[in-house]
Design a protein around this ligand. Sequence first.
Ligand code: PHE
Length: 347
Amino acid sequence: MNDLDQLVSAAQAEFDAAPTPAELENAKARFLGKSGRVTDLLKGLATLPPEQKKSRGAEINQLKARIEAALQSRRESLAESELQAQLRAEALDITLPGRRRGTGGLHPVSRTIERIEAIFASMGFDVAEGPEIETDWMNFTALNSPKNHPARSMQDTFYVDLKDAEGAWMNLRTHTSPMQVRYAMAHAAKYRGVDPMPEIRVIAPGRTYRVDSDATHSPMFHQCEGLWIGANVSFKDLKVVFADFVRQFFETDDFDVRFRPSFFPFTEPSAEIDIAFRSGPLAGRWLEVAGSGQVHPNVVRNFGLDPERHIGFAFGMGPDRLAMLRYGIDDLRLMFDGDLRFLSQFR
Ligand code: PHE
């Protein structure tokens, strides 16, 4: 082995011993750098006689090429092992089963409201929504409950720290009945001068609020208002429409409906609507499901309509109650606790 072969072996040994790319570059400098051993050899050429210079020069260049090749191959193997180490560190176990996102579901009250909407839509009713923060006029006055009238205290109202344009405190609507007024006023304005005016037929579901909390009352609950106004719409129509609704909602004919005289300032006459199933777990028990009545002439006037020409009925029912009956739920509070063990049963 001549001196040049020895130098290649030495370089190879140092390169192989370098554990990192940085140390490999240091080893490279010791051979190929400005004052490296190969560079020293090249400098030594200057002292040789011209006839030896050529052959020695060629040998040194070969040597240099072999060292560069050794360097390159070590670089590649270091890069390769670095890559392997990185792959090991970032390994994904693709055999692990994925995490599923649970499928959500509609809240039983939302389902019930959708069901009510579909049934009334099939009977030609529009669906309307309105504000939950309501003016005093819409929630009470327009519905024939003047200020200081004792009927106002039938509803334990949440007032909001906000005054309406008339300077009255606004409230969280205590019922969906203000939607009768909002919808009918808009309808009357839209068809002003059109004779005969198209009938008003609408339901308005939504959240309502009263200061009340126990197993059967929640401070937030739902109502669905219904209103049908035409030239000759009567209590008889209410009976037919409501019984038909109950039949479709509960998917049975096996029930009785009872209209029990009652009082609301905005209807005259007024009635509570009770139903009783003839079979099943609730058989024979009268269940109150809605308040109703013939819309009071004062209210029709507040709609912007002439009560001599436009009459009809309104009702307000409780989707929470209907959901409880349909699904056999016995505590209203379950509906609004947000407990997934309860809610996931309705997916
Ligand atoms: N708004 C009444 C209530 O909350 C229900 C009702 C609506 C009664 C429409 C008659 C007509 O109790």
